[in-house]
Write a protein that binds this ligand. Structure first.
Ligand SMILES: [Mg+2]
Length: 372
């Protein structure tokens, strides 16, 4: 599929065959096993040099903008008469990244002739962002719509959290799960069944545990800092840390990372994430799952990815650059993205999945009647 956009008016057009090699994935991937071996081509070539602390601090601030919050009243009706600076900026941004709700007819017109695969981030997409990451529960209503859509469409949750944690939050057996930013992929199955599909970072498990313990120890004196072990990556949350202490957080993480040249740091929403230097991210996880589902290289497949974070951009980029689908960015504030559409918050994600399911199901009924 070719999605064309000059970022003024994105349009879905007729599919274009995907002829290019799929990044040599099959060469690089082996099923999970203890002592898994995989292509050295998966490793990023990183020349370790001590990053400037101010660069880290700048990145922490830029990845955690304190946007002026838009009120529901000002945005839901898109009150263009408002002179509120944030509202005007958001309305202008919507021209580049139209709402997937207001563009729904256009999306469905295109999707109706396709097989769909749905990929969903968790935090900030299915659940609200909360101060305590351990309490980021999704609502029963959201769980119900995800369960329903998964009856008709292959559905995967792709999260930076550990696979077990996000599986526990979502609580649906019928989904694919990719935890640790896609480094821990599991197929649907009954509880207790080994549904591991792929764990490209298995050799980093001991190292990640070691770094997790060091980070817990060194950051315990920083009020509000929370370190989370996501199995193949570690998150250092600074959402509840006074901004005056962000530099201390950065300094402590930097001090530990300099002893681990095979680990790297990425930035999320008020979180520093330490992960292996692998060429593996949420985009690669989407690519892997499409191949596993037999949905890659098919002109009649439309993958859709919904996410809110910087790490979701890898998946948006993959879909935009030949992955045959499109991304939907969840954001209530303007930001640059490789997504094509936007939704404001998890409540709009909920609405989108409901109407998408209903419309798609009706389409299936119509097709069935025509065949009959
Ligand atoms: Mg998220």
């Amino acid at each position: 599929m070719d999605i064309k956009s000059n970022h003024n008016a994105p349009t879905l057009t007729d599919p274009t065959p995907i002829n290019k090699p799929r990044l040599g994935l099959y060469d690089a991937l082996l099923p999970y096993s203890s002592g898994a071996v995989f292509s050295p081509g998966l490793f990023l070539k990183v020349q370790w040099k001590k990053p400037g602390l101010h660069n880290w601090l700048d990145a922490m601030k830029s990845s955690s903008p304190t946007h002026q919050k838009l009120t529901k009243a000002s945005v839901s009706g898109i009150d263009t008469s408002s002179n509120d600076v944030a509202t005007v900026a958001y309305c202008n941004w919507l021209v580049k990244y139209p709402s997937a709700l207001t563009s729904f007819e256009h999306i469905m017109k295109y999707a109706n002739s396709k097989r769909i695969a749905l990929f969903l981030d968790y935090d900030g997409t299915l659940s609200p962002i909360v101060d305590n990451p351990d309490l980021a529960f999704m609502s029963d209503a959201m769980r119900a719509v995800v369960k329903n859509v998964a009856k008709y469409i292959p559905t995967a949750i792709i999260s930076g959290r550990s696979r077990d944690k996000v599986h526990e939050f979502v609580g649906l057996q019928e989904l694919y799960y990719a935890g640790s930013h896609g480094m821990d992929i599991m197929s649907p199955g009954k509880e207790g069944e080994d549904g591991n599909l792929f764990q490209p970072a298995s050799e980093f498990l001991a190292m990640i545990n070691e770094v997790y313990k060091s980070l817990v120890e060194t950051t315990k004196e920083i009020k509000g800092a929370k370190v989370e072990n996501n199995k193949f990556c570690v998150s250092v949350h600074y959402r509840n840390v006074d901004e005056k202490s962000w530099q201390t957080v950065a300094q402590y993480v930097q001090n530990i990372l300099k002893d681990y040249p095979r680990l790297r740091l990425t930035h999320g929403r008020k979180v520093l994430e330490v992960r292996p230097v692998l060429k593996w991210d949420k985009g690669k996880a989407v690519e892997f799952l499409l191949e596993s589902l037999g949905l890659n290289n098919c002109d009649d497949v439309l993958p859709i990815y919904i996410g809110d974070d910087r790490t979701d951009e890898d998946a948006f980029k993959f879909l935009r650059e030949g992955g045959g689908g499109f991304g939907i960015l969840v954001s209530c504030a303007p930001k640059e993205s490789s997504a094509f559409y936007s939704l404001r918050d998890p409540s709009e994600v909920h609405t989108f999945i409901i109407i998408f399911s209903k419309t798609f199901f009706q389409h299936l009924i119509n097709v069935f009647r025509m065949i009959k």
